[in-house]
Design a binder for this molecule. Structure first.
Ligand SMILES: *[C@@H]1O[C@H](CO)[C@@H](O)[C@H](O)[C@H]1NC(C)=O
Ligand SMILES: *[C@@H]1O[C@H](CO)[C@@H](O)[C@H](O)[C@H]1NC(C)=O
Ligand SMILES: *[C@@H]1O[C@H](CO)[C@@H](O)[C@H](O)[C@H]1NC(C)=O
Ligand SMILES: *[C@@H]1O[C@H](CO)[C@@H](O)[C@H](O)[C@H]1NC(C)=O
Ligand SMILES: *[C@@H]1O[C@H](CO)[C@@H](O)[C@H](O)[C@H]1NC(C)=O
Ligand SMILES: *[C@@H]1O[C@H](CO)[C@@H](O)[C@H](O)[C@H]1NC(C)=O
Ligand SMILES: *[C@@H]1O[C@H](CO)[C@@H](O)[C@H](O)[C@H]1NC(C)=O
Ligand SMILES: *[C@@H]1O[C@H](CO)[C@@H](O)[C@H](O)[C@H]1NC(C)=O
Length: 633
């Protein structure tokens, strides 16, 4: 039965009153239903102890927002309230067009099988939530587990609107379940109660969210990116780890600074550290002084253990690594650097945190942090660390690490899926679609990114409701031979249509002009994980590069296309006439098993905002049939 708007609002408010802030669990007969509430508001914030306090968007008053922690098989309902005040539109923009205070949340890496309307992409899957409104993201995580994130998907809002999503593989991998077990077990059996995931055992886990902090206003940033004065993306002043760092340690007022994030550990144990790339721009190096990192998961995909001294974390990527606390018990620095910056900014970063062996700190400080047993199941924090003020660390602790030089492809070829190679990666593709990205200055002096000559713009109406409503141009049968599908693009719908159960390769072709450096681009697939089956320098050529390169690529949802030129142009060897020079490509593959409207875009948020995105229309005739759990407009 359809509820009237006031009664729906009332019942929603009732539900909220019944919840203890962050989350609650119930059962819908088939799944555990876990409910969360995220409120978008504006707060005054200074996370890096600098002299800049910004007025920024936050979730439930927090940056990062509260973690969403669920178990594989759960149904998840996240109610997002937009509690922003409407933005005063500028001269030539109507209140409806002005999206500055509208919002949506994307659950990055969650494949949204049968729930494309919960994917959070403005005008692809929903109309952004207006100030005063709300939207219920309702989805199941039945077939995936690991480390994910959520973030805003409108404009540059994800500069401050992001948080961790953790999907436990099983009850055995959930520390809270383990804590309950520990309560009921004798001392003698406790030591056998390790957490387990993909053949690895560990004693506990921690999460580290990497992000950026600009000493700039978001709306000003958005106007700059689209305006005529654009001259490169502004570099963030700080790199944050779990929302904290120290901008300039020399200038800090110790009474007003929370210092670096402290990650507490105990000696002689193994920890799973989930590292989440919630940056909007840079690819970051990540390392822990004196500790190697054993990668066991990438983007929710289990991999065979691989030992490395550092991670390279592109925007939107996630890793789980194991560390063993076998060093002298003291504080160690956790550090980051900027990678693939074209040499235009220093690689050094002020993003640090502290790995603290707790055995070394006073008993008093130890008892200040709550024991895991006393933590309730749903009011969870990421890490069990509430340092007292006197604990705040304002200086980077001991330990040095060197970030090795950048290498095209990093270690990606060396990673192997835990469950073995996928047969989809060994078959020929049904179709190969080349997406060639260019940036161009327009006649009004502004700059846009284009993919195959089209700079993505929000459609006038939400694509998904057009498809569900059957009011958009008739769904024509897809014929590759038809000229209107040149390179797979359908100008009638503005999308790239794909059939169900196809193997589709996308060649992500980077270009630059001879006067500008080649940039790196972290491409993200919605609704699917993909395999990077090949990559190379310069321009892709189907005859030369059509063959598969890797025989065991991992299934992930972000691929960094590395800048990689194949030729040096000179006066006697001039670049191509159109001025755009191929400077590196990756070929990624999806298997189209998830009908829906899916974004495929550069996860450098400024690039996406400037048009570097396409929409995939996958088996639209099946979207309604598979959409079983959602009913609201
Ligand atoms: C979120 O916003 C709603 C609606 O404005 C309000 O009723 C609720 O108390 C807020 N919840 C939190 C956790 O701030
Ligand atoms: C803030 O600090 C920067 C250097 O970190 C300095 O250039 C600037 O003048 C300071 N601004 C104020 C208002 O103190
Ligand atoms: C609004 O449009 C007019 C006419 O096109 C133009 O002259 C003016 O500069 C625009 N204002 C803004 C703020 O873009
Ligand atoms: C560390 O663990 C090993 C094996 O469990 C044990 O033999 C050793 O004594 C432990 N060392 C410390 C310092 O606790
Ligand atoms: C890290 O691994 C390398 C290679 O296996 C090894 O040489 C090095 O000693 C290890 N470092 C630490 C701190 O364990
Ligand atoms: C830990 O102990 C070592 C010596 O055992 C000491 O040098 C170091 O400062 C201590 N660290 C902390 C954080 O107390
Ligand atoms: C569906 O189409 C009708 C008729 O064009 C229109 O009035 C209605 O708003 C559409 N609904 C949605 C959800 O787009
Ligand atoms: C281009 O020139 C640089 C500097 O001379 C050289 O290091 C590089 O190998 C050249 N690249 C190619 C593809 O020829």
């Amino acid at each position: 039965m359809r509820q009237s708007w006031p009664s729906l609002l009332l019942s929603t408010l009732w539900t909220l009153l019944l919840l203890v802030n962050l989350g609650s669990a119930k059962n819908d007969g088939r799944h555990h239903v876990k409910e969360f509430t995220l409120n978008i508001t504006s707060i005054q914030h200074n996370p890096d102890c600098s002299n800049y306090t910004g007025n920024v968007l936050a979730l439930n008053g927090l940056i990062p927002g509260p973690p969403i922690i669920v178990t594989k098989g759960d149904r998840v309902q996240v109610t997002v309230f937009n509690n922003l005040t409407p933005h005063t539109p500028s001269e030539n923009v109507t209140a409806e067009e002005d999206m500055t205070s509208h919002a949506s949340i994307h659950f990055h890496g969650i494949r949204q099988y049968g729930s494309t309307e919960a994917d959070g992409v403005p005008f692809l899957t929903q109309i952004p939530i207006a100030p005063g409104g709300f939207y219920v993201y309702d989805f199941k995580v039945t077939n995936q587990a690991g480390t994910y994130l959520y973030h805003a998907h409108v404009g540059m809002q994800e500069m401050s609107v992001y948080g961790a999503v953790v999907v436990y593989e099983s009850e055995e991998a959930d520390p809270a379940q383990r804590a309950k077990l520990l309560l009921s077990e004798s001392e003698s059996t406790k030591q056998h109660n390790q957490l387990k995931a993909y053949g690895s055992s560990y004693d506990d886990e921690r999460t580290i969210v990497l992000s950026e902090w600009w000493h700039r206003d978001r709306v000003e940033f958005e106007q700059y990116l689209l305006g005529p004065t654009f001259n490169g993306i502004w570099e963030a002043e700080s790199i944050l780890l779990n929302g904290k760092t120290v901008y300039q340690p020399i200038q800090v007022n110790p009474d007003a600074c929370r210092g670096y994030e402290i990650i507490p550990v105990q000696k002689n144990k193994t920890y799973r550290i989930r590292v989440i790339g919630a940056t909007a721009f840079r690819t970051l190096g990540f390392a822990i002084a004196n500790h190697n990192l054993t990668i066991i998961e990438v983007d929710g995909e289990p991999v065979l253990p691989y030992v490395t001294s550092f991670l390279e974390v592109a925007s939107g990527q996630r890793f789980s690594v194991l560390i063993t606390t076998d060093q002298d018990p003291t504080d160690y620095s956790i550090g980051t650097n900027r990678r693939w910056t074209d040499g235009t900014v220093p690689a050094t970063s002020n993003g640090y945190a502290v790995l603290r062996y707790q055995d070394n700190i006073s008993e008093a400080a130890k008892s200040a942090s709550p024991s895991p047993k006393r933590r309730s199941l749903w009011s969870r924090k990421l890490n069990n660390n509430t340092p007292t003020k006197s604990d705040a660390v304002l200086k980077v602790p001991k330990g040095s690490f060197v970030f090795p030089p950048e290498t095209i492809g990093w270690i990606w070829d060396k990673l192997t899926p835990f469950y073995g190679a996928y047969h989809e990666t060994r078959r020929p593709a049904d179709r190969t679609i080349v997406l060639r990205s260019t940036d161009e200055k327009l006649s009004d002096g502004s700059t846009r990114w284009f993919v195959n000559g089209i700079s993505f713009k929000d459609p006038a109406r939400n694509y998904l409701s057009q498809v569900l409503n059957e009011t958009r141009a008739e769904l024509v049968a897809m014929e590759d031979e038809e000229p209107e599908y040149a390179n797979g693009y359908d100008p009638k719908s503005g999308m790239y249509p794909v059939r169900q159960h196809e193997i589709v390769d996308f060649v992500l072709q980077s270009t630059h002009t001879a006067t500008l450096p080649c940039r790196s681009h972290p491409w993200h697939t919605h609704g699917h994980s993909h395999w990077e089956i090949s990559y190379g320098a310069g321009d892709y050529s189907h005859d030369e590069h059509g063959a598969l390169r890797s025989d065991h690529p991992v299934h992930r949802d972000v691929t960094l296309v590395y800048p990689s030129t194949s030729q040096n142009y000179t006066a006697s060897n001039p670049p191509p006439a159109d001025g755009s020079i191929g400077c590196g490509w990756s070929k990624i593959r999806i298997f189209t098993d998830n009908p829906g409207i899916w974004a495929l875009h550069c996860h450098n948020t400024a690039h996406m905002f400037m048009g570097m995105m396409v929409a995939i229309e996958e088996a639209p005739e099946l979207i309604r049939e598979t959409d079983t759990i959602h009913s609201h407009d």
